[in-house]
Design a binder for this molecule. Structure first.
Ligand SMILES: [Zn+2]
Length: 419
């Protein structure tokens, strides 16, 4: 699928290099800090949007976290390959389309286009491959067939249609126990399965946690012909197949918001192992959740703060970036309207500094090593912003610092207009 414009990322090699330095990152599966990648190449799969509602700050925060990781890797001279999906056929999208009397494809197209605009405005680097689920129905169906053949999946008659769904057998003994990959206990797994529409009480399931791999055609729903039966793919297997096809396995990092930890990312790991991968990914990273007015920002609660709305109201994209980067990527935090004004003021201070002349470049101190040190340390962007705040009080704007703020924080002070 078409992505969006890629912002230029200046090279910092002229200002000392960080060759060979991989960042340390907190991995959910092992609950440990890992230095990744161990070699000179890194690959990352990020769970994408379900395109039925525009980008809110929670999405922006997640994609910005992994954008920062990509920038840190690139600066370290690591060869980076990234992929992301778009869940362009799924229950919430179909429900929204039906509610509004819109064709589901048109809705997905429109929302994907909005997402492109929001991501480009925020200078979030596009993935190398952005793959819509509807572009990969064949390979996904093939994987489901393989899981049936290997005994990792079973058929269950649909209750409201003539066909049969295919479910993943979570109780089957594999390399990892269910719950291990997301550090989730049994009671919570059951609760989350219910919350995500996994129908734990559905009659005939071998285990309440078993997720749907293939959903038989239901009246009025889109479906595709496949050897496994006419239907459409389940959510977790889509990401599993797209990630493995694009990046191989294990790839370096599986990334997503913390709300995807269970069942989504957990099941990806089990699907991948059942499909023959030694491991789905070396690490699993979860970005924190953004709240608003006391609750997690979510479509169901209706407390969304949309990126497009803030930008239309005059927020500078760089200020919005600064407001988000001011929170550690793994933290849960709450958005306050005053955050944006504080970030606009910080951007003004940085801009004023960027226009101060550097009289003697040979004496220039540079922020490059400070930004590298803070970001290599589990992407500590709040500390990076503070480092810039302190730096601009004592040193003029040298080329290296301006390039580093652009390359690592995604803020090109040379292209931003003062208010
Ligand atoms: Zn996913």
């Amino acid at each position: 699928m078409k992505t969006w414009n890629r912002a230029a990322v200046p090279s910092l090699t002229a200002y000392g290099h960080s060759e060979g330095e991989s960042p340390s990152l907190h991995d959910v599966r092992t609950d440990r800090r890992l230095t990744l990648p161990t070699g000179r190449a890194a690959s990352m799969y990020t769970c994408g949007i379900t395109p039925y509602d525009a980008t809110h700050l929670g999405h922006a925060f997640t994609y910005l976290a992994f954008d920062t990781l990509t920038r840190v890797w690139l600066d370290a001279g690591i060869e980076v390959r990234t992929a992301m999906n778009s869940t362009d056929v799924d229950d919430p999208l179909l429900e929204r389309a039906a509610r509004d009397g819109e064709d589901w494809r048109a809705l997905a197209e429109r929302q994907q286009e909005l997402f492109r605009g929001d991501m480009a405005a925020l200078r979030i680097l596009p993935p190398d491959s952005w793959v819509a689920v509807t572009e990969r129905i064949g390979p996904i169906a093939h994987a489901v067939q393989r899981l049936l053949d290997s005994g990792d999946a079973y058929r269950l008659p649909a209750q409201d249609a003539p066909g049969e769904d295919v479910l993943f057998d979570t109780a089957r003994k594999r390399r990892f126990a269910i719950g291990e990959g997301s550090r989730t206990d049994a009671a919570r797994m059951l609760e989350l399965t219910r919350e995500f529409g996994g129908e734990p009480d559905r009659p005939g399931k071998r285990s309440p946690l078993d997720p749907v791999l293939w959903r038989a055609e239901r009246p009025g729903e889109p479906a595709w012909d496949a050897p496994v039966g006419r239907g459409r793919p389940g959510w977790h297997v889509e990401c599993t197949v797209i990630a493995m096809d694009e990046l191989g396995s294990p790839f370096t990092v599986a990334a997503g918001g913390r709300d995807l930890r269970f069942p989504h990312q957990e099941m990806q790991g089990h699907h991948a192992v059942a499909l023959g991968a030694p491991l789905f990914s070396e690490a699993r990273l979860n970005a924190g959740m953004v709240g608003f007015r006391g609750e997690k920002m979510s479509k169901s609660l209706g407390n969304l703060v949309l990126v497009s709305r803030l930008l239309a109201d005059g927020a500078r994209p760089a200020a919005l970036r600064l407001a988000l980067l001011d929170h550690h990527w793994r933290d849960d935090w709450e958005w306050f309207e005053t955050d944006l004004e504080a970030a606009e003021q910080r951007l003004d201070r940085w801009l004023a500094w960027s226009q101060t002349p550097d009289d003697d470049p040979s004496l220039a101190e540079s922020i490059v090593p400070w930004l590298r040190v803070t970001l290599q340390d589990d992407l500590n962007t709040p500390a990076a912003l503070q480092a810039v705040d302190a730096f601009i009080l004592r040193a003029p704007a040298d080329d290296g610092s301006l390039a580093a703020i652009d390359a690592l924080l995604g803020i090109d002070l040379r292209s931003i207009q003062p208010r």
